[in-house]
Design a protein. Structure first.
Length: 395
């Protein structure tokens, strides 16, 4: 699951009309003293060619050339430069390095246009920052910035960008484990994109929204809605989730459908092959491991399901922003189900005890799904029956 933001232009609209760039000979002889506009334009050209190291060198020099006064004034040259540097960091997957750049850009835009006044540049800066926060699993901050962008675009009557922000929020809610809110945002996004009166016609965006609606529907257990959404998404003719390697997206989708259709062995083989041949980001890897574990439960291969779930849980503990994160609770719930199937009542009790402790975290309770709470209560009841002659378990 990823987020989508407007990335038109490499360094913003202003930079393309300025300067003559920097030649290869000038790069070899030195670039110190060149105007920041000229350096930024040259950087844009090198970025377009895919030469990020040269572009980064030019942008760093441009930032130095602009000086602190221009940075404090938030001149457009400086904003373009910071935007370009952030794009480079993001292309390298260095979200931590991109974060302060995006934070500074949003602060600049808010100072220029007003923190509470809608402006396209402020909305775009908030959207970019939301994506970075989401990548770093700073999900509360991601939600705040995506909501801000959504509010701005709504007031600006920028309908397509408003829909993009709805989708971004949907992605964030999925990662938070708040599936009802994710489903709600994505459903509105899909309905808007399909409504001829909305004035928005973007089949690629519709395909992405439908795919995410499929994920949310799957997580809700609404198989009919999930199937309808993914079939409609594929019918648009666009590659779903282009930011992921297409073999990964295709493998996950195909494996889920194989599993649902009863072909468990093929689903497991496909997911195992994907993990061994493609380098996955941590969140996606934990997701694949969880799917594999659930399939092994259906196959009654409980030891393997237990191993995979522990592996997924370890990843989620490492990447989650706080101890009581819903992703951790979901993995613990899976463990409790497996321990119960193994008649390992001691570990059922221990796992449930950890879940109920984590569910008390204020940052967790807001994001907890109703069905998650119901599952905790059900498992506690079952475990209580198993232990009725041994020990008491508090509700």
């Amino acid at each position: 699951v990823i987020s989508y933001v407007d990335t038109e232009g490499v360094l913003g609209s202003g930079v393309h009309a300025r300067g003559d760039g920097v030649t290869a000979a000038e790069l070899q002889s030195g670039i110190t003293g060149k105007p920041p506009q000229q350096l930024a334009l040259a950087a844009a050209e090198y970025m377009a060619r895919g030469d990020m190291s040269t572009a980064e060198m030019l942008l760093q020099e441009a930032l130095t050339s602009a000086g602190d006064d221009a940075r404090n004034r938030a001149d457009i040259d400086v904003r373009d430069i910071l935007h370009g540097l952030s794009i480079i960091r993001e292309s390298q997957g260095d979200w931590t390095a991109a974060l302060p750049l995006r934070q500074e850009l949003l602060k600049m835009e808010e100072n220029l246009h007003g923190a509470d006044k809608p402006h396209p540049d402020t909305a775009l800066a908030a959207s970019h920052l939301g994506v970075i926060c989401e990548k770093l699993f700073m999900l509360a901050d991601a939600r705040k910035h995506h909501q801000k962008a959504l509010n701005y675009y709504g007031k600006l009557e920028a309908k397509e960008k408003e829909v993009q922000s709805m989708i971004n929020l949907g992605v964030t809610f999925i990662k938070m484990g708040n599936i009802p809110r994710a489903f709600s945002n994505l459903q509105v996004a899909v309905e808007t994109l399909k409504d001829a009166k909305s004035g928005v016609r973007n089949d690629k965006l519709l395909s992405e929204a439908l795919h995410l609606l499929y994920l949310a529907s799957w997580r809700r257990g609404d198989w009919n809605k999930a199937r309808a959404a993914i079939e409609e998404s594929l019918a648009t003719g666009y590659v779903v989730l282009p930011d992921f390697a297409s073999p990964v997206t295709s493998a996950i989708l195909k494996a889920k459908l194989q599993w649902k259709n009863g072909d468990h062995r093929s689903a497991v083989t496909l997911l195992e092959s994907t993990r061994s041949t493609v380098e996955l980001e941590d969140y996606l890897l934990s997701f694949v491991l969880s799917i594999e574990a659930a399939i092994h439960v259906d196959l009654s291969n409980l030891p393997e399901a237990l191993r995979l779930t522990h592996e997924a849980l370890a990843i989620r503990r490492r990447i989650a922003t706080h101890t009581g994160h819903p992703l951790i609770i979901q993995a613990l719930l899976c463990l409790a189900h497996i321990y119960l199937a193994l008649n390992d009542h001691e570990n059922v009790a221990a796992t449930l005890s950890e879940i109920t402790g984590l569910a008390k975290y204020p940052r967790t309770s807001d994001a907890m799904q109703q069905e998650l709470g119901a599952a905790v209560r059900l498992l506690t009841k079952v475990a209580g029956v198993c232990f009725c002659n041994k020990k008491k378990i508090k509700k």
